[in-house]
Design a protein around this ligand. Sequence first.
Ligand SMILES: *[C@@H]1O[C@H](CO)[C@@H](O)[C@H](O)[C@H]1NC(C)=O
Ligand SMILES: *[C@@H]1O[C@H](CO)[C@@H](O)[C@H](O)[C@H]1NC(C)=O
Ligand SMILES: *[C@@H]1O[C@H](CO)[C@@H](O)[C@H](O)[C@H]1NC(C)=O
Ligand SMILES: *[C@@H]1O[C@H](CO)[C@@H](O)[C@H](O)[C@H]1NC(C)=O
Ligand SMILES: *[C@@H]1O[C@H](CO)[C@@H](O)[C@H](O)[C@H]1NC(C)=O
Ligand SMILES: *[C@@H]1O[C@H](CO)[C@@H](O)[C@H](O)[C@H]1NC(C)=O
Ligand SMILES: *[C@@H]1O[C@H](CO)[C@@H](O)[C@H](O)[C@H]1NC(C)=O
Length: 330
Amino acid sequence: MNLNANLVFLVICSTSVAQEFVDLPAPKNVSYMVTSNAVTLTWNAVENATSYIINLSGTQTKATENTRVVFGGLDANSKYNATVAAADINGTSSTQTSSVTFTTLLSQVKNLKITDATASSMELTWDESPGAISHKVMVSSDGDQMTGADVFVEDNVMFISNLTSMTFYKINVVPVSSAGDGDIATIRGRTDGSGVTLVARWSGVMGPIGGEAQIYRPLTIPAGPFRMRVLLPCPIVHINFWNADLNQDASRAEQGMFVIEQTELWQRNKPEVGMTFYFRENAENGERTACEFFDDDSITVDFDFGQNADLIPRSLSQNTSLLLFFLNGY
Ligand SMILES: *[C@@H]1O[C@H](CO)[C@@H](O)[C@H](O)[C@H]1NC(C)=O
Ligand SMILES: *[C@@H]1O[C@H](CO)[C@@H](O)[C@H](O)[C@H]1NC(C)=O
Ligand SMILES: *[C@@H]1O[C@H](CO)[C@@H](O)[C@H](O)[C@H]1NC(C)=O
Ligand SMILES: *[C@@H]1O[C@H](CO)[C@@H](O)[C@H](O)[C@H]1NC(C)=O
Ligand SMILES: *[C@@H]1O[C@H](CO)[C@@H](O)[C@H](O)[C@H]1NC(C)=O
Ligand SMILES: *[C@@H]1O[C@H](CO)[C@@H](O)[C@H](O)[C@H]1NC(C)=O
Ligand SMILES: *[C@@H]1O[C@H](CO)[C@@H](O)[C@H](O)[C@H]1NC(C)=O
């Protein structure tokens, strides 16, 4: 009895071995989608296939039950090929394969930097990107809005003109190869110029009167500490600066005059100083006042980079005659 049972089992076994050699057809319609470091392969399902075996350039193999696979960690701008085979429930893969070749996209340009900025233009460069046939450039300011900037690109040098002074721009550079658009590199920088721009304005019969402003110094300045004098059109009840030290001695809140000192290296390296100011902090009385009608032009800033050491007083006691000039000029 036992012997017979073993015999029957062996027969079944040999029959199934014979069935494993029935090949499934190769998956059709293999397509790919590349990035600079990965590929996604998709194909049509094969009837009776329970899995698919994908071999990438003869170096990596993946098995999946889906009709989609992702290989990561690839080199940018490199040629690869892939084969896809269908496998049945017993894991036997077909000898039929579909193959596809593709090239990964370019990675982002390296060492992107602004090499020059005037009040209306910027020049940028980056390391040569081998494989790039061109570069796409997007210039934006105020979020993602496009500007009327004129862009000229040649190889790894870009010149942007028709820009506005004292304005931050975001510049995207995309290297384009025959395989498509590569990864985006982004840099943010501003045009040259100095002065004050009003960022926000609080004004009305009720509520605070004041605003937020940004002071821009020229991009290139002489070495050493420097001072700024900000003149506001009304007496100030409260003021805050950031990236700067307020010189309490030389400032006169009641005259709307503030002297700011940029003495330390970290301050010097900040080409912009922000401030919030209040001509009225709350609306308790709600009185109308001439100060509600201030505009951008009514705030001014002067700089003292050392050549005009007497332009801005270091303290009230040090130069009273100069202070009197300010007060009279008011
Ligand atoms: C090929 O695959 C794509 C999706 O990858 C699919 O949209 C298309 O219908 C397929 N074509 C055929 C002929 O099966
Ligand atoms: C799929 O499997 C069924 C049942 O085993 C079989 O009848 C059919 O011919 C197979 N189809 C293909 C394309 O192999
Ligand atoms: C696939 O890629 C490998 C490795 O680069 C290469 O040796 C092989 O020749 C390629 N096969 C095809 C069909 O392109
Ligand atoms: C991928 O395919 C190549 C060529 O067909 C083969 O020599 C290699 O063993 C396969 N790699 C793996 C990991 O199966
Ligand atoms: C898988 O193997 C079993 C026996 O191990 C066999 O009965 C079955 O027919 C095989 N299936 C296919 C699709 O080859
Ligand atoms: C400069 O930009 C403005 C918009 O900011 C646009 O109207 C004008 O046409 C541009 N000039 C040139 C020469 O591109
Ligand atoms: C004060 O200002 C006057 C007028 O600008 C100038 O002549 C004088 O040198 C200044 N004195 C000091 C101590 O800064």
